[in-house]
Design a protein around this ligand. Structure first.
Ligand code: SF4
Ligand code: SF4
Length: 334
């Protein structure tokens, strides 16, 4: 465990956590809402520091980050806990529990050592919600930067401005879930609210961090044509047309066994809608369709990066440009 950053001591040994918008007030002996931060005798501690429950070497395409060192492997880690409580969570066994006895013991320097040994150029903080293992992530990210390893997050974006600014000093890329454009969805489905997520996306853009956005399409909850247009327009108006948008298919899990999987046709339809609105790079996720999963040059329309599943099988980029028409393609390529 490690003393937490971003909290205030208040009366009667209570603490007020300032890491995420919940701003939990936590009594001595209690955990915060994310189940990772505990008040011990009036001080707030991260109980998951150095204790990942998932460690894997994943293709960066799995995050998904499609315009960020394609074909590279990301040393990927996550601890238990999350500050959202989505009914559709695919990782609920690790996101909705208290610190696990099944966690590993991996301090930041070990993560760097293993990432280097595995020749990973990227570390990805992922699986649950990296905000709730902020101190661990930050210490790894500082070491990674010194070693020339890039740092990426896969996040729900539900974090306060000050810690996000601190993280941005070391961050290279982010995939942020924009689960819906409706506050009611965040309230009912995730037990949260939307404004901090939108603010985080804008801040990342302002800080020039490479951002991609994922929207999970859940049948009947957020997959209407109207809502797909609203999400796409928000991305276009606030982040720009060069930000990749990933529409991903839902499958039944956790508290959402009552809904069917998203049909492939719906994901492809969403992609068409977003491209018609003017977004340059729109992708499908969780469906088998190489075409909607590949990158095409927005100018000459030729195939640039062909993906089969998470694997890059063809890459026609030359120093970040289309090798056919020389159009500059947005992303982090080296
Ligand atoms: S990070 Fe955890 S403890 Fe802190 S405010 Fe958010 S939910 Fe509460
Ligand atoms: S934010 Fe992600 S990890 Fe957290 S509960 Fe929601 S789906 Fe699960």
């Amino acid at each position: 465990m490690k003393e937490a950053k971003f909290y205030d001591k208040i009366e009667e040994k209570k603490v007020n956590c300032q890491l995420c918008p919940r701003k939990c007030i936590i009594k001595a002996g209690d955990f915060g809402n994310c189940n990772t931060r505990k008040n011990i005798s009036g001080k707030l501690y991260s109980m998951v520091y150095g204790k990942p429950v998932a460690v894997n070497m994943d293709p960066i395409e799995k995050k998904p980050l499609y315009h960020f060192l394609p074909g590279e492997t990301a040393y990927s880690i996550g601890t238990s806990g999350c500050n959202l409580h989505c009914l559709h969570c695919q990782n609920w066994e690790i996101s909705q529990c208290k610190p696990s006895i099944f966690s590993l013991n991996l301090p930041p320097d070990k993560i760097i050592e293993f990432a280097k040994k595995s020749k990973c150029k990227i570390i990805s903080y992922t699986y649950t919600e990296p905000t709730v293992f902020f101190e661990y992530m930050l210490d790894i990210a500082k070491l990674a930067k010194k070693e020339g390893i890039k740092n990426t997050i896969v996040s729900n974006g539900f974090i306060n401005e000050e810690p996000l600014k601190e993280l941005c000093k070391y961050l290279d890329g982010a995939n942020i879930d924009l689960k819906s454009i409706k506050n009611e969805f965040y309230k009912d489905e995730c037990k949260a609210w939307i404004d901090p997520v939108l603010d985080s996306l804008k801040l990342l853009k302002k800080k020039k961090i490479w951002v991609e956005v994922t929207n999970l399409l859940i049948p009947t909850l957020n997959d209407s044509e109207k809502e797909i247009k609203e999400v796409s327009n928000w991305v276009k108006d606030n982040l720009g047309i060069s930000i990749p948008l990933h529409f991903s298919a839902f499958y039944p899990c956790y508290e959402r066994m009552d809904l069917p999987s998203t049909p492939s046709s719906k994901v492809k339809e969403a992609r068409e809608i977003a491209m018609d609105i003017g977004l340059k790079y729109v992708y499908s996720g969780n469906i088998m369709d190489w075409e909607s999963n590949s990158t095409f040059c927005p100018k000459c329309k030729k195939l640039l990066i062909k993906r089969l599943g998470f694997h890059v099988v063809e890459n026609n980029l030359d120093k970040g440009k289309c090798k056919f028409c020389k159009e500059k393609i947005d992303g982090v390529w080296s």
